[in-house]
Design a protein around this ligand. Structure first.
Ligand SMILES: [Zn+2]
Length: 160
């Protein structure tokens, strides 16, 4: 959904940012806020969210993305301290095909412990290991696209 007034009205995170719904805030500044996930993997599971409505990772202005990561790196040691674990997953689901559920960009900071039952299964057990020539070919395509400002443009939305 594009960054429209209609998208923002329908967005649960914009509702929180407008002050129209309940939230357990743990950080805020002019650009970002962070609050407790309402269905945490573990106590201390925090979402870092831009105040402005951006849907996907490629919608974020680079400065906003860098700021969100900066906020995350400041929160992580605090979450580790209060949740009593050093192990963390930092997760972004961008797009429905990647499991995004709320279409306002957010970064999950998830404190973890062995045996908690959550998993981000990487390496993915369902995939094979391609030979080196295929890895090299994809690396070369990425290098080439980064040199070409046209190829580097955001891909068009998939037809729906
Ligand atoms: Zn929103």
């Amino acid at each position: 959904m594009p960054n429209t007034a209609a998208a923002q009205r329908a967005c649960p995170f914009c509702e929180i940012i407008r002050g129209a719904s309940e939230v357990s805030l743990c950080y805020e500044d002019a650009t970002a806020l962070a609050f407790m996930d309402i269905q945490p993997v573990r106590a201390g599971h925090v979402l870092v969210v831009p105040r402005a409505h951006y849907e996907r990772v490629d919608d974020l202005p680079r400065a906003v993305g860098l700021h969100l990561y900066d906020v995350a790196t400041r929160l992580i040691p605090v979450i580790q301290q209060v949740s009593g674990t050093r192990d963390m997953n930092i997760v972004v689901n961008s797009g429905a095909g990647a499991g995004q559920d709320v279409f306002h960009f957010h970064v999950h900071l998830i404190p973890r412990a062995a045996g908690d039952g959550f998993d981000v299964p990487l390496p993915f057990p369902g995939s094979e290991m391609p030979d080196r020539t295929r890895l090299d070919a994809m690396a070369a395509r990425i290098i080439s696209a980064m040199r070409d400002p046209v190829a580097h443009a955001t891909p068009a939305a998939a037809p729906s």
